[in-house]
Design a protein around this ligand. Structure first.
Ligand code: NAD
Length: 382
C-alpha cells in the first residue's frame, strides 16, 4: 500500500499531515510513504528527516498522487479555501483521501469526490467517544488555537497579564473572559491563568461549569434556563432567539469589565452564535482586546472580520481563522498522531479494509464507490 503526503496548498497553511515519526510508525505496518518535496519544511521537518524515517521524496505532485492508494492531508478539498479539484483528477478511482474536508460547512465538495469514485474520510466527523479520543484532530487543533489565542491577546493588550508589585508601583492583573469552554476555551483559560490573569469563563452547557473551575477560572452564571443545552454527542444545541437575546444582554455587562475576551462558541454545522454586539464592544475600555476564534463561521462578535484586526472605538478585535498553523510543529505532530491512530483502524495485515460496522469508520466516511455515504452530508445536500 502506498501512502502519499502532498504539500499543503491552502494559503498560509504551514502544517503537514504526517511527520517523520509517523512515516516510521507506518513502515512497521508494511505501509510505504511517499512525501512531496518540501511538504514538511514550513513545520520544521526536512526532506532528509523524512528520508531517514523511510519515506521516498517525490518532486512532482501529479506523479505522487497518481501512484497513491491513500492520501493523507491536513486540508483537503472542502476545507481548503483556495483548493481546486485538480488534485482529485490525478487520483485513481478507489483511492482513499483522509483529512479535514469541512463536510458540514462545504457539503458540495463531497460530490467532487463521489463523481471520481474516491473514498473520502473527513476527520471532523469522528464521533466524540472515548475510543476515538486518540484520533480527535478537532480537539488537537482546538488545543493549539486556544493556547495561541491568549498569546495573541497578550501581545496586543497595552497592559501586562500578571499582578506585579514593583518599586515603581503595583500593576493590577489583566481580567480575561473566555466564552465557550470546550477544548479551545479550556486551553485558553489555562494559558491565561499561567500568564497570571484573573479569568472568568462562560459556556451554555451546564457540564462546562465544573471543567471551567477545574482549570482555575470562575464560572459566569447567566439567567437563561439552558439546562438542556447539550446534545447526546456532548455538543451545544442552538438556543432560541429569545435566549440568544437575553444571553447577549447579560454577557455585555461582564464583557465591559474585562481587558480581554476570547470567544470560541460554536454549534456544529451552523453559523457561530452572535454573543457580543457592536454596542457591547463600544462599552469596553479602549485598549481592550477580543480574539474571536469563531471568525471562520461568521464570528461570535458582530465586529469581527475573518483574518483581520479591526479597531473599534479603541478596542481591537482579532479574527484569526487558522491559529493551529501558527504553531505548525506542535500542530503537525498532534495531527499526525491522530491520523495514524485513525488510519490504523483501516489497515488489516498490510491491506486496506473498510469495516463500516465500526461507528468510528462509518461516521467519518463521506464518499465511497461513487456514492455519498454519509447521512449527515446527504441531508445537507437535499
Ligand atoms: P465546539 O468547538 O463545538 O464549541 C465550543 C464551545 O462553545 C462548546 O463548549 C459549546 O458548548 C460552546 N457554545 C456553543 N454555543 C454557545 C453559546 N451560545 N454560548 C456559550 N457557549 C457556547 O466544542 P468542542 O470544543 O469541540 O467540544 C464540544 C464538547 O465535546 C465538549 O463537551 C467537549 O468536552 C466534548 N469533547 C469530547 C471528546 C471525546 O470524548 N472524545 C473530545 C473532545 C471534546
Amino acid at each position: 500500500m502506498i501512502v502519499a503526503v502532498p504539500r499543503e496548498t491552502s494559503a498560509a497553511e504551514r502544517r503537514v499531515a504526517l511527520v517523520p515519526a509517523g512515516v516510521a510508525a507506518l513502515a512497521k505496518r508494511e505501509v510505504s510513504c511517499q512525501v512531496e518535496a518540501n511538504a514538511g519544511i514550513a513545520a520544521g521537518f526536512t526532506d532528509e528527516a523524512y528520508r531517514e524515517a523511510g519515506a521516498e521524496i517525490v518532486a512532482d505532485r501529479a506523479t505522487l498522487l497518481q501512484a497513491a492508494d491513500v492520501v493523507l492531508q491536513v486540508r483537503t478539498l472542502g476545507a481548503n479555501p483556495t483548493g481546486s479539484p485538480t488534485d482529485l483528477d490525478d487520483l485513481k478511482p478507489g483511492a482513499v483521501v483522509i483529512g479535514m474536508a469541512d463536510p458540514l460547512g462545504s457539503p458540495a465538495a463531497a460530490t467532487e469526490y463521489a463523481s471520481r469514485k474516491l473514498t473520502l474520510f473527513a476527520l471532523e466527523l469522528l464521533p466524540r467517544i472515548s475510543r476515538a479520543q486518540s484520533m480527535d484532530v478537532l480537539s488537537s487543533m482546538a488545543t493549539v488555537a486556544g493556547y495561541k489565542s491568549v498569546l495573541l491577546a497578550a501581545y496586543e493588550l497595552p497592559k501586562m497579564f500578571p499582578l506585579l508589585m514593583t518599586a515603581a508601583g503595583t500593576q493590577k492583573p489583566a481580567k480575561v473572559l473566555v466564552i465557550g469552554a470546550g477544548v479551545a476555551g479550556l486551553q485558553a483559560i489555562a494559558t491565561a491563568r499561567r500568564l497570571g490573569a484573573i479569568v472568568q469563563a462562560y459556556d451554555v452547557r451546564p457540564a462546562a461549569r465544573e471543567q471551567i473551575e477545574s482549570v482555575g477560572a470562575t464560572a459566569v452564571q447567566l439567567d437563561l434556563a439552558t439546562d438542556d443545552a447539550e446534545d447526546k454527542g456532548g455538543y451545544a444545541k442552538a438556543l432560541s432567539a429569545e435566549q440568544e437575546d437575553r444571553q447577549r444582554e447579560q454577557l455585555a455587562g461582564v464583557v465591559a469589565q474585562c481587558d480581554v475576551v476570547i470567544t470560541t462558541a460554536a454549534i456544529p454545522g451552523r453559523r457561530s452564535p452572535l454573543l457580543i454586539t457592536e454596542k457591547a464592544v463600544s462599552a469596553m475600555q479602549p485598549g481592550s482586546v477580543i480574539v474571536d476564534l469563531a471568525a471562520e463561521r461568521g464570528g461570535n462578535c458582530e465586529v469581527t472580520q475573518p483574518d483581520q484586526t479591526v479597531e473599534h472605538q479603541g478596542v481591537k478585535i482579532l479574527g484569526p481563522t487558522n491559529l493551529p498553523s501558527t504553531a505548525p510543529l506542535s500542530a503537525s505532530q498532534m495531527y499526525s498522531t491522530n491520523l495514524i491512530n485513525f488510519f490504523s483502524l483501516l489497515i488489516k495485515d498490510g491491506e486496506l479494509t473498510i469495516d463500516t460496522e465500526d461507528e468510528v469508520i462509518r461516521d467519518t466516511l463521506v464518499t465511497r464507490g461513487g456514492e455519498i455515504t454519509n447521512t449527515r452530508v446527504q441531508q445537507l445536500l437535499e
